[in-house]
Design a protein around this ligand. Structure first.
Ligand code: 5AD
Ligand code: SF4
Length: 466
């Protein structure tokens, strides 16, 4: 693959975008309100916060629902077929809403748009879409919306470049916890995965820019930061001065934000140095999302994961040694092409062996353009469905066992909201990443509260204030 260098969006370009935003806010025919619909991962959730920040700067307010909004953006995901179908289904449904509100403007952005051929497909099949733009053009929203408002045609902007845009306005979803993207893109090319094709080459933000953002968040009273990247362990590759993820964590730990988390990690890049930093740090939470994907070496090889089952288990052992009680979570795929019953059982057994606090389980979904989509032995749907059911059952059993270690323990919970089951309870995540519910009121939201875990009910932990 040809060498591609990251393109830093200059302050002048961003000033230009701010001028467009100001022009829009002065326009009489601009939409007054917006609604962003987000699919997919945390990276997308954070991109949506940036979209909302830019729209706020254009003088628009947030509408509670898409039906009430004058401008609706779908920030899409294409990592699996169902995410893509849901996004397209909902976009099509808005076409009906527009019959009632002819001024409605519909935009589609994110990973789905970045797929080869998608721009043409939109122009052909989804002509009611007013604006479509890819992941690398996000910072250009003001200019693109300005063009859309001044044109009868669909505006489409998809570039295959690896941009880094600093200092975009952000309208955060929460005041107490915040996302910080530390790197973009992915170079791993796991054979099933579309991400490297739609999010571009791996590129890291400058450490100073990240530290500055973190200090500002600390000043604003944020209690938890979540560092984001497709492969945070390879943070620093391509930067000057031998920067590593472990160095970054050390520096962030010094700032004094009470809780630091990160995702996602690739087992092959999980260094001893990082594990040691976690063991010694004050603020990095004792939790780790370490996608295993599969328990069988032959499948791991064909997935191009570049680790074996034994190497993965060695990382788990080392993590548990250095950070006792660490919370472990994972991602697992069943029904990868050619997966035999026996190979699938290796996945069941690794789940039992590790004992994850939770796992995201997926049926393999062929993605056009990836290596695995061209492999022989695609697994019939009924077999894949049967396997995922058995996997979920094994995981739930393991999870109950794993979570019972918390009973009787003290945990610090960052309260996220009232419990879904009862208004007399609140819930949030403990330091190990597990959700805990306990008696409380709205006044607790955004606070870190010490709790003793007393029991486990329906796979969630319950506790009482200390
Ligand atoms: N099919 C099923 N699951 C996938 N994932 C990524 N690509 C696919 C695919 N084609 C899963 C992986 C990854 C998570 C974010 O999504 O488990 O870790
Ligand atoms: Fe996809 Fe693999 Fe990159 Fe994760 S590490 S985004 S699964 S290619």
């Amino acid at each position: 693959m040809a060498e591609r260098k990251p393109v830093h969006i200059t302050p002048e370009e961003l000033a230009e975008q701010r001028r467009y935003a100001a022009m829009i806010s002065a326009m009489a025919n601009r939409p007054e309100s917006y609604h962003v619909v987000t699919y997919g991962c945390q990276m997308n959730a954070h991109d949506s916060e940036k979209l909302a920040g830019m729209l706020r700067d254009m003088g628009m307010t947030e509408a509670a629902t898409r039906e009430e909004a004058g401008f609706v953006i779908f920030n899409t995901c294409c990592v699996r077929d169902n995410a893509e179908r849901r996004a397209l289904g909902n976009v099509t449904w808005l076409k009906e809403v527009r019959k009632r509100n002819p001024k409605l403007i519909i935009a589609v952005c994110g990973c789905m748009i970045q797929q080869p051929g998608m721009a043409e497909k939109i122009l052909r099949q989804y002509r009611f879409v007013d604006l479509a733009f890819g992941t690398s053009n996000l910072y250009k929203l003001p200019q693109l919306l300005y063009q859309t408002l001044n044109s009868d045609r669909t505006v489409i902007e998809v570039e295959d470049v690896d941009t880094i845009a600093e200092d975009l306005p952000v309208k955060r979803l929460r005041n107490d916890a915040a996302y910080i993207t530390i790197m973009y893109g992915c170079d791993n090319f796991c054979s099933y995965c579309i991400v490297p094709y739609v999010r571009g080459r791996e590129r890291s933000r400058d450490m100073e820019a990240i530290l500055k953002e973190a200090r500002e968040l600390k000043e604003a009273g944020v209690k938890e930061i979540m560092l984001l990247g497709q492969n945070v362990n390879s943070y620093g590759k391509g930067l000057e001065g031998g920067v590593t993820f472990a160095n970054l964590l050390r520096e962030l730990d010094e700032i004094g934000i009470p809780r630091i988390r990160f995702m996602t990690s690739h087992p092959k890049d999980l260094s001893d140095e990082l594990i040691e930093v976690m063991g010694k740090s004050r603020h990095i939470l004792p939790q780790f999302h370490l996608p295993v994907q599969h328990g069988n070496d032959e499948i791991l090889r064909r997935m191009n994961r570049r680790y074996t089952r034994a190497q993965y288990l060695d990382r788990v052992r080392k993590l548990r040694e250095s950070v006792p009680g660490i919370g472990l979570t994972t991602d697992i795929i069943v029904g990868f092409p050619g997966e035999t019953e026996e190979q699938f059982r290796d996945t069941l057994s690794i789940v039992k062996e590790v004992g994850y606090d939770s796992a995201f389980t997926f049926i393999y979904s062929p993605r056009t353009g990836t290596v695995a989509a061209r492999m022989d032995g695609q697994i019939p749907e009924d077999i894949a469905t049967d396997r995922i059911k058995r996997l979920i059952a094994a995981q739930e059993e393991g999870q109950r066992k794993a979570m019972s270690r918390f009973i009787g323990m003290e945990e610090e919970v960052l309260v996220e909201g009232l419990s879904r089951r009862s208004d007399a309870d609140v819930s949030g995540h403990g330091r190990h990443g597990v959700s805990i519910t306990f008696p409380g009121t709205e006044a607790d939201i955004g606070q870190i509260i010490r709790v003793r875990v007393t029991a486990m009910k329906n796979n969630t932990l319950v506790g009482e204030r200390i």
